[in-house]
Design a protein around this ligand. Structure first.
Ligand code: NAD
Length: 293
């Protein structure tokens, strides 16, 4: 059966490394990294994500600055808050929690973040650099970076391998495909219009699934010995749990375990890596701004 890729364990290692680096920087130059988090509206899931990010900052020693704005605020007002964080020297990273209310254009908001503080890596210039040969973005989006970090820390070879990415969203599928390509994998994309996704996926040495569809990827889709990174987080009804549901990935875990050589569980795989990468990006930003190595 497949080896389990333990995202919880790796994310804790990364948090320890970040904590030590922050202490070293504080001792050397007296600077503590700061992360500003902007939440618009009152979605319960977004509130939970923001709370978890703040808690993680506290654990590693990053100062966090939170702004909660009402659902009906104008785009201009949100941009003003971003602009003031752009100018604030205590802030090294700015994160706008997505999704935004419907009346706002995501592009207008994300464009307002100074690309040097864009720790989510969603600014079009950062994405553009990710796509270009010989260019490196200042920041790589956190979930895709977390997927790559898991492959690296488990010594999984990427160069020359066939990789299939399922899903092509701006926040996961597209950037993770670009990262795999940068590391010389041969990458195919599977999305909701792909004909015969099973046939395409079964060619892959590395499968990264970010479709958001429970049980999409069956054991029969996986080439024997392939490595499977399951980004999906999908609620499925389960009367036996107190909340009435549980979270599963896109991949039929039990089936895939029998064919894959290594696989990430859900929860405990990619999930915990996202926040670890946000902390690492925020530290990286403070180091870059203060020219500290
Ligand atoms: P999204 O809905 O924006 O994009 C989904 C993509 O999957 C689309 O490109 C679509 O074409 C493709 N798709 C949908 N149904 C498909 C199908 N049946 N076959 C093939 N492709 C299909 O979603 P997203 O924001 O990219 O998130 C994807 C999943 O990853 C979700 O379950 C989300 O909860 C999870 N996620 C996890 C983390 C994390 O681990 N920290 C972060 C972000 C997203």
């Amino acid at each position: 059966t497949a080896k389990v890729i333990d995202g919880k364990l790796v994310s804790n290692q990364i948090k320890d490394e970040v904590t030590a680096e922050i202490a070293r920087m504080k001792n050397a130059i007296g600077i503590v990294p700061g992360l500003a988090v902007i939440l618009v509206g009152s979605r319960k899931d977004s509130q939970t994500y923001v709370r978890n990010k703040k808690k993680a900052c506290e654990v590693v020693g990053i100062n966090s600055y939170e702004v909660n704005l009402p659902e009906d605020i104008t785009e201009e007002e949100v941009v003003k808050h971003i602009a003031s964080f752009n100018d604030d020297s205590a802030v090294h990273g700015i994160l706008v929690q997505l999704p935004l209310p419907r009346h706002m254009k995501e592009e207008n908001i994300l464009n307002a973040v100074n690309i040097g503080k864009d720790v989510d890596g969603f600014h079009p210039l950062n994405i553009g650099c990710l796509a270009m040969q010989g260019r490196d973005p200042l920041f790589v989006p956190c979930t895709p970076k977390g997927c790559m970090e898991l492959l690296h820390r488990y010594d999984i070879e990427i160069k020359g391998k066939r990789a299939v990415v399922i899903g092509r969203s701006n926040i996961v599928g597209m950037p993770v495909a670009l990262l795999l390509q940068k590391e010389n994998a041969t990458v195919s994309m599977v999305h909701s219009y792909t004909k015969n996704p099973e046939e395409v996926t079964s060619q892959a040495d590395i499968v990264i699934s970010a479709a958001g569809v429970a049980n999409l990827v069956r054991g029969s889709w996986i080439k024997p010995g392939a490595v499977v990174i399951d980004v999906g987080i999908n609620p499925v009804d389960d009367a036996e749990t107190p909340r009435g549901y549980r979270l599963v990935g896109d991949v039929c875990y039990e089936e895939a375990c029998k064919v894959a050589s290594a696989i990430t569980p859900v929860p405990g795989g990619v999930g915990p890596m996202t926040i670890a990468m946000l902390l690492s990006n925020t530290l990286g930003s403070a180091k870059r701004i203060h020219n500290f190595n």
